[in-house]
Write a protein that binds this ligand. Structure first.
Ligand SMILES: Cc1cc2nc3c(=O)[nH]c(=O)nc-3n(C[C@H](O)[C@H](O)[C@H](O)COP(=O)(O)OP(=O)(O)OC[C@H]3O[C@@H](n4cnc5c(N)ncnc54)[C@H](O)[C@@H]3O)c2cc1C
Length: 489
């Protein structure tokens, strides 16, 4: 005898889901409707207006059970191909009724299942893909749009987002949910600091349009860097500014952390460069070098004054200077993606580590925690970012960084050649995290770090109430984004 579960697995489940059977935890479709009464207890009809967008075929579920990390896999009951804010509101209200968890999925570049939901519904944000308006200094854009698409549209008007992540094939909503760091952070703060309004759907399924620092500010604060806990972001008003034509990138290389850190502090304090990052690189002889990577944006006939820009800096291993068209520079990780895909390293496990370090203990951390744990095998074809930024530019409470005037972003973007290293590297991530936290550091919640609810609470510290109060008020059934593992009580 064929069970309903077998009917579902056979592919018949690709038919529209008519109702959810809470007792048997399965969909009622045209294929199996005859075996169960539509009005049986626990059978909750899917609202007709969203039925066609709820897909349950095996291929869609398998895709939604994976992400860029390729480390954890949780299979949902359905994927909801949202096309509008009101679609999402309808879906979430219905999910509350049937008791299914939901999470938004942008470009699925999370590394540890943060956007996955075991036995729930994944909201595929790709259908919210409209750039609604581009003004002189802002864009109003759907959360499913990729930053690369916004950059192109803004660029046609000579504009650019003020701060971007290094990689642009991420969704607007996915980056706003985590914070967004990049080379312009030392000029204007994180990506979330450059958003003036949002439209969100709360965990109760309520639509809140145009929330801002002055309108429903608690929900605004809880949404930016809020890891999808209180609400799903569906639209954002993002700040834009004039796009330069070119950028001159200077790479300054150091043999030791002391000189590197001293020059980084000079540069981050006087903020003389528009773009400012840095790296730790293997020297090929078993040791490490430190590289400052800074950039001056310009549009001819104006050109950067190299002598003034490099004054007072002392890289003992030399300086290189390269000019790039602005768009080419911003597309650099996209170009690397092509090579990594060709090398078969894009679809392998990526146990990334992402932390923020306290400035006072930077040299201690680098010497006693970071360098002993770093290995070329653990980085593979990836890289290690290490650069400071001014914390005074950061205004959104849930984007947690260390308290001092300067904090450091430290990210190991691992593309290991040997996937069997994954467990070892996850354990190293924990050591790196514990070493950072014991030195007043924090973590950036995009890394492969399995964090306990108590660690989350400690992470948020004095602003935990911003998250928890909003969660209790706007997602009282705790159905939103369980993959983050925050599990507030
Ligand atoms: C190659 C690569 C390069 C990266 N470079 C940078 C970088 O330079 N700077 C930086 O800051 N980060 C960087 N990241 C990390 C990246 O910003 C985050 O992983 C981001 O969340 C990914 O966006 P996404 O659209 O893929 O989100 P997803 O992976 O789809 O989602 C991530 C989390 O956000 C939630 N979410 C998604 N959309 C929404 C929404 N609309 N509303 C509420 N919650 C939502 C999801 O449920 C999930 O919990 C990089 C990641 C990769 C893989």
């Amino acid at each position: 005898m064929t069970t309903r579960r077998q009917v579902l697995a056979s592919g018949a489940a690709a038919m529209a889901a008519l109702a959810w059977d809470q007792t048997n935890q399965e969909w009622l479709t045209a294929a199996n409707a005859s075996t169960i009464a539509k009005d049986a207890p626990g059978v909750v009809p899917v609202p007709p207006q969203i039925r066609d967008r709820l897909v349950t075929d095996a291929a869609s579920l398998a895709a939604a059970a994976d992400d860029f990390g390729h480390i954890v896999s949780r299979t949902p009951w359905a994927v909801f191909r949202a096309e509008s804010t009101s679609d999402i509101a309808t879906l979430i209200r219905w999910a509350n009724k049937v008791g299914l968890s939901v999470a938004a999925r942008g470009q699925a570049h999370a590394v540890l299942g943060e956007g996955q939901v075991e036995g729930g519904v994944i909201i595929d944000m790709n259908g919210l893909s409209t750039i609604h308006d581009i003004g002189e200094d802002y864009a109003v854009v759907d959360a499913g749009v990729k930053w690369s698409d916004l950059l192109v549209a803004a660029g046609e008007r000579g504009l650019t987002p003020l701060v971007l992540t290094d990689y642009l094939e991420l969704s607007i909503g996915g980056v706003l949910a985590v914070g967004g760091i990049g080379g312009n952070m030392n000029q204007v703060g994180m990506v979330v600091d450059n958003v003036d309004a949002l439209t969100v759907v709360t965990g109760k399924g309520q639509i809140n349009r145009n929330i801002s620092p002055t309108r429903k500010s608690a929900l605004f604060d809880a949404s930016l860097g809020g890891l999808g806990q209180a609400a799903i972001i569906t639209q954002a008003q993002v700040r834009l500014g004039p796009a330069p034509a070119l950028v001159r990138i200077y790479e300054l290389t150091y043999s030791n952390v002391a000189d590197f850190a001293a020059d980084q502090r000079t540069l981050v304090t006087d903020a003389r460069f528009g773009y400012h990052e840095g790296q730790v690189v293997a020297d090929g002889a078993g040791g490490w070098q430190f590289k400052i990577e800074v950039g001056a944006y310009y549009t001819p006939p104006t050109t950067p004054d190299d002598e003034t820009l490099l004054a007072g800096l002392s890289p003992d291993l030399g300086t290189t200077t390269t000019d790039f068209p602005y768009a080419v520079w911003l597309g650099r990780v996209g170009f690397a993606e092509v090579q990594l895909r060709a090398a078969g390293l894009w679809d392998t496990p990526h146990p990334w580590s992402d932390l923020f370090l306290d400035d006072d203990s930077l040299e201690d951390y680098v010497t006693n925690v970071m360098l002993p744990l770093l290995s070329p095998a653990g980085i593979g074809a990836g890289l290690v970012l290490l650069y400071p930024f001014r914390t005074s530019l950061l205004e959104r409470p849930l984007a947690r960084v260390p308290d001092g005037e300067i904090a450091w972003a430290f990210d190991i973007l691992r593309f290991p050649f040997d996937p069997s290293l994954t467990d070892t590297l996850l354990a190293e991530n924990r050591e790196l995290y514990e070493g950072a936290v014991s030195r007043d550091g924090t973590f950036y919640p995009v890394g492969a770090l399995d964090t306990t609810p108590a660690e989350w609470e400690a992470h948020y510290g004095t602003v935990y109430s911003v998250l928890i109060d909003a969660k209790r008020r706007h997602d009282p059934n705790n159905i939103l984004t369980p993959g983050q593992g925050i599990n507030p009580t």
